[in-house]
Ligand binder design. Sequence first.
Ligand SMILES: Cc1cc2nc3c(=O)[nH]c(=O)nc-3n(C[C@H](O)[C@H](O)[C@H](O)COP(=O)(O)OP(=O)(O)OC[C@H]3O[C@@H](n4cnc5c(N)ncnc54)[C@H](O)[C@@H]3O)c2cc1C
Length: 473
Amino acid sequence: MKFSREIERTARYDIAVVGGGVAGCAAALAAARCGAKTALIERDGVLGGTAGVGLVTPISSVNDRRGRPFGGILKEFCGEVVRLSEYCRPPDDKGPLSKTSVPHIAKYVLLKLLDDAGADIRFHTVFIDALTEKNMISGIVCHDKSGLILIKADQYIDASGDADLTVAAGEETVLGSEPGVYESLYQTGLDKVHESDSSYSVGEAVGLMQPCSVFFTMGGVDMSKAQFYNNKPLTYETFGLTRESYAELFYAGECGFEQDDSDRLPLPQGRVLVFNGSRGDHAVINMSRVVGIDGSNAEDISRGELLGQKQVLHLVDFLRRFVPGFENSYLIESSTSLGIRETRRLVGRSVLTGRQVIDGVSFPDTVAHGNYIIDIHDPTGKHKAIGGHIKGDYYEIPYGALLPKTLNNLLVCGRCISADHVAHSATRIQGSCMLTGQASGTAAAMAAKGGIAPAEVNVSALCERLIADGVNL
Ligand SMILES: Cc1cc2nc3c(=O)[nH]c(=O)nc-3n(C[C@H](O)[C@H](O)[C@H](O)COP(=O)(O)OP(=O)(O)OC[C@H]3O[C@@H](n4cnc5c(N)ncnc54)[C@H](O)[C@@H]3O)c2cc1C
């Protein structure tokens, strides 16, 4: 590859982590706490990724379904976020404090933990290419305000969410759904929680990805009323509308507000979905939905940002006009980046399947747990979401799902680990992302220290270290 600008700077680390979302932060923190000289490379100026610039506040999959915490950095992070969230409301506000994270606090907590651990956070630094030699990454080229920089490390971790490093280094990845996946989903004995049933079919369509959303927050909300309609089936009649009166709304007919022949109220997600915010009258809204966007495609992302941002004001108008509890509400902020649920996934040494997640299959190399439901926001936009509860108290994630098949100094964590479309709908959740992050950072540090490949790390020793660091395995 030829660049018009020279690469004039080189930095040297034991571990280089690409991506400062919750997964990358946990990876870099774990590696730094193991004594490795660690770089965290983040294209934005804040940490948290989807949880930061994406404003996604709920941290799901923190405990198993009996309430036993998964522990580790995840537990430490959640504890700090809840403790410091007090700063996001007036001291005399004694309303219910959400147990979910607040982006402003989450990004501060991540920064503080990493700084205390001595990690080198390289903000406003975009990973652009990988140099490889004989199944090894020999360096990664990044761009920052000062120009191009070559970052060299013993071990690399891809926490970009989109598997950017994995793809650039030539490793196999996959995008979207496999054929027939929805037809087989309900034959697994899934305990349904979403509206779709076994009649749902997209035939042999492949490569379908979950839609994107722009989160936003509103103030002046009466939360005791606002959540009443959460996830309920909605018709025109629910809010005293008719097809004709709906058609007069200035946004009717565009961006997810298109009417069809049914009685169902046309909303981007087809539902009201509102969470508690940081103070009693604040709401976090997850109601935008942009379908047909590949978040690893540059043109698609720009289109998605445009449609998603348009939806925000339309939804604010809709909520204020029609939904009880929003009469005196106002928009506070919307996410500065489109929330992307699904893009490329590693095809690793193990591929975690939806069936294994639903059945809670045990693996000899389990390094992380999760409890989240199978939760596929309908890629076609016709249904709210597809999925349901897993059978057991938790599911397991094997170390093999973090390991590429060929490269000997790369680990993958977070949203882009090796899982099929259905399994990914559970493992993409923040709790699981942080746990795979901690496992990858610890493993990378062990590999760097021992001068071995991540695949050669003794998994029992890795698990012992994770347990010593508070992870409940
Ligand atoms: C709309 C929406 C709602 C959700 N709801 C929930 C929920 O209720 N509960 C829950 O637990 N989870 C939820 N999730 C899922 C969860 O938030 C994400 O899957 C998770 O946060 C992903 O974390 P990550 O660190 O793997 O990836 P990301 O958050 O995507 O972070 C990747 C990071 O890498 C950086 N990066 C990417 N490419 C480069 C590059 N080339 N160079 C440098 N940096 C780069 C990005 O800037 C980002 O900071 C939701 C997701 C979305 C989109």
